[in-house]
Ligand binder design. Structure first.
Ligand code: PLP
Length: 286
C-alpha cells in the first residue's frame, strides 16, 4: 500500500482527500516539483527547492518549501524506496480550497500540500541504445513555461499527440524554434558541439539540463545555449531529451526523418555514462 503526504499527515493513498473547492482542481492554480532520489537520497534537492520556491513566489503562494525535505525523506522510507536505484518524490502546492473566484482568496487560505513517492523505470541498456522517435508539435503553452505550473494541458495534449503518432515523445516548436520536450529538455549535437535552448520564459529550467551541461564541461564537450531552428534540428548529428525521470534519452527519428545515421551517437552515450556514474554513486555502500 502506498503512503502519501497531505497537509501535514502521512496517509494510505485511499484515505487522502482534497476539497472539490481546491483551486488546484478548479483552476490548476498551483506549482509542483519532482525530485529524484537514488539509493533513498534526494538528488540535487537544493536546486529543486530553489525552483519550487521561485515558482511559489512567482504565483504568490506563501509557503516555506524547506520543510518538504523531511517529508520527502519520510515518504521514501514509508514506501520502501530507500534502496531503490531510481525513485522520485512528487510534491504539489496549490493556493488552497476556497469558494470559486478567479482572484486570490482574501484573506488567503492555507495552501494544499500533497506529495507522493514512487519508483521510475530506467530502460535496459539495449532498449536505451535503440533510442526513441519524436514528433514536433506547435507550442501552445502560455508564455511562462519556466514556472512548473500544475496546469499541464498543453503538455498532456503534446504527449498524447506523440502516442497517437506511435512516437516516444513530442518536441515543442514555437516560432520555428525547437524548445523542449513534452516533459523534458532537448539537446542536439552538431559537429561535436552540444546545443540546447537558452533559459528563458519559454522553457522549464531543467535541473537535469544543468547537470548535463556540467557533465559536458568535465568531458570536454563544448556546449552552446542557443536557439535551435527546426530545420537545423532535422540536420543534427544527435538529439536527446533530459529530465528527472527521463534522465538521458536519445532520439533517433524526428517527424519520420532519421537523426544523423539513425543510431544513438557518442555524445549521448558519454553523457549517459557520466550521468549514471554519478547517480549510481549515490547508493549507500553495501
Ligand atoms: C516541460 C519540461 N521541461 C523540462 C523538464 C525537465 O526538468 P528536470 O530536469 O528538472 O526534471 C520537465 C520535467 O518535468 C518538464 O516538464
Amino acid at each position: 500500500m502506498s503512503f502519501v503526504y497531505l497537509n501535514g499527515d502521512f496517509l494510505p493513498v485511499g484515505e487522502a482527500q482534497v476539497s472539490v473547492n481546491d483551486r488546484g482542481f478548479l483552476f490548476g492554480d498551483g506549482v509542483y516539483e519532482v525530485t529524484p532520489a537514488y539509493g533513498g537520497r534526494l538528488f540535487r534537492w537544493e536546486q529543486h527547492l530553489a525552483r519550487l520556491t521561485a515558482g511559489l513566489a512567482a504565483i504568490g503562494i506563501d509557503f516555506d518549501a524547506t520543510v518538504l525535505k523531511r517529508v520527502k525523506e519520510k515518504l521514501l522510507a514509508r514506501n520502501g524506496l530507500d534502496g531503490a536505484s531510481g525513485a522520485y518524490v512528487y510534491v504539489q502546492v496549490t493556493r488552497g480550497a476556497a469558494p470559486r473566484t478567479h482572484w486570490f482568496p482574501d484573506p488567503p487560505v492555507a495552501p494544499t500540500v500533497y506529495a507522493f513517492a514512487n519508483r521510475f523505470a530506467r530502460p535496459s541498456m539495449e532498449e536505451w541504445a535503440r533510442g526513441i522517435s519524436a514528433v514536433t508539435v506547435p507550442d501552445q503553452r502560455w508564455a511562462r513555461a519556466d514556472i512548473k505550473a500544475i496546469a499541464l494541458l498543453a503538455n498532456v495534449l503534446a504527449a498524447q499527440t506523440a502516442v497517437g503518432a506511435g512516437a516516444g515523445n513530442a518536441v515543442f516548436v514555437r516560432d520555428g524554434i525547437a524548445l523542449e520536450g513534452s516533459h523534458n529538455n532537448l539537446f542536439a549535437v552538431f559537429g561535436g558541439v552540444l546545443a540546447t535552448a537558452p533559459k528563458s520564459n519559454y522553457i522549464l529550467h531543467g535541473i537535469t539540463r544543468d547537470f548535463l551541461i556540467e557533465l559536458a564541461a568535465g568531458l570536454d564537450i563544448p556546449v552552446e545555449e542557443r536557439a535551435i531552428p527546426l530545420p537545423e534540428l532535422y540536420r543534427a548529428d544527435e538529439v536527446f531529451f533530459s529530465g528527472t525521470t527521463t534522465e538521458v534519452r536519445p532520439v533517433v527519428e524526428i517527424d519520420g526523418r532519421k537523426v544523423g545515421d539513425g543510431v544513438v551517437g557518442p555524445v549521448a552515450r558519454r553523457l549517459y555514462e557520466g550521468f549514471l556514474g554519478v547517480v549510481e554513486g549515490e547508493r549507500p555502500a553495501g
